[in-house]
Design a protein around this ligand. Sequence first.
Ligand SMILES: [Zn+2]
Ligand SMILES: [Zn+2]
Length: 253
Amino acid sequence: MIAAKKKQILILLVVFSVTAAALLLGWSFYHYSGAQGKKNNMVLIRLVVGPLQVNCFILADEKTKEAVVIDPGDDAGDILKVIKEKGLKVKYIVNTHGHFDHVGANKALKDATGAELLIHEGDAPVMASAPLHSRSFGMAPVSSPVADRYVKHGEVISAGEVSLKVLHTPGHSPGGISLLEQGMVFSGDSLFAGSIGRTDLPGGDLLTLLGSIKTNLMVLPDDTKVFCGHGPATTIGDERHDNPFLNKESGFE
Ligand SMILES: [Zn+2]
Ligand SMILES: [Zn+2]
């Protein structure tokens, strides 16, 4: 009896420690089965990086091993460790926008993988000013190489089963983009769970941001999962109903 209880406590302790370690390390895995089960080989890995806790996402095709890294903001070593462990070939590094907290590990990742660096042209100057911007936050200067190519609204970024459609969602910054996969969208700093991106930084504009969210994100089905640039994931439906910036009382309709 006592031994059984001890075993139970031990199991609970192990479960608790593993969960706590995963939370502390800031990574989690999502195995994604898209609508109609078309994307059984796609895996999504989230790492929380840097002092501003940016969500860096790795989307990979486990069969071809091709991958896209979204917003490697910092902690290049941690990102590269996952890439190495899973044997991934990173085809593209995509920045949802050019703020320093999202681009800090671009260089290390590009050097290590040879991946092509993509951003919207509207945020090229924002990315170029990352060293100044990071210093104004009291942090060590962060810089990024210039993008290899600029992506446009409507363009699709593909790596094996991964196909991300670029949605231009300016307002938090002029060249901010969201990336649409089947049943999910990566919203950068445009839309958060219960909030929206700040618009007081250079190039930010509240009405532009609200327009971007309305035209490009709120048109998606309610069950679309939203992976934000910071904080927890949400769904379009939850934000449609609960986000105080997007309800009718706030003038958003
Ligand atoms: Zn930002
Ligand atoms: Zn950010």
